[in-house]
Design a protein around this ligand. Sequence first.
Ligand SMILES: CC(C)(COP(=O)(O)OP(=O)(O)OC[C@H]1O[C@@H](n2cnc3c(N)ncnc32)[C@H](O)[C@@H]1OP(=O)(O)O)[C@@H](O)C(=O)NCCC(=O)NCCS
Length: 174
Amino acid sequence: MDSPPRSQETTLASRSGEALATIRFRPIGPADQIMLREFHDRLSEATIRRRFHAAKPHLSQPLANRLASVDGRDAVGFVALTTHPSPRIVGVGRYCRLDSVSAEIALVVQDGYQGHGIGTELMRLLIAEARVNAITRLFADVLPENTTMLHLLFRFGKTEIRRGYGVEQVLLAI
Ligand SMILES: CC(C)(COP(=O)(O)OP(=O)(O)OC[C@H]1O[C@@H](n2cnc3c(N)ncnc32)[C@H](O)[C@@H]1OP(=O)(O)O)[C@@H](O)C(=O)NCCC(=O)NCCS
């Protein structure tokens, strides 16, 4: 089977079709740690809470290291970057294997860039990699009010929601 494309560029467009910015998607790597911490510092409190379910004003060095450490099989991540004037991360998606067929997935897109398809593209890239690595079930912990993430997951296949304490665990069959 051919490998899915792992790097690509896309032009973000407004609802009226106006071109907004060129976004490059590529696999995350250890060299991204500093850019990852800078990206986190640009996120609003609400976005951070939806991603981490807690306040986290800064990304610690050990966590940045963990998020940027991937092996392309059990831990996979992609970054979305603006290319002008210099590369800046504006979105991150990752999965981490739980067992032979399951993985946990998480996404975050910088506030001003949300609602233009970056999350959808990150999800598409992660699903393609997950399939290559024999993963058939993706889990995401989502706050119940986070309808954007819930809709995004619903668009990618059959979902099952397990309600926990203050968080919904969504199972997506891929
Ligand atoms: C959830 C999240 C990752 C989604 O990323 P995103 O880039 O905003 O997602 P998309 O733009 O692909 O999709 C969001 C909406 O924009 C719409 N959209 C996508 N491209 C569009 C475009 N070019 N023009 C207009 N609307 C567009 C989608 O249809 C979708 O609409 P819906 O919510 O009605 O289904 C992002 O909102 C985020 O970072 N949230 C905070 C962190 C978080 O919740 N993480 C999830 C924890 S697992």
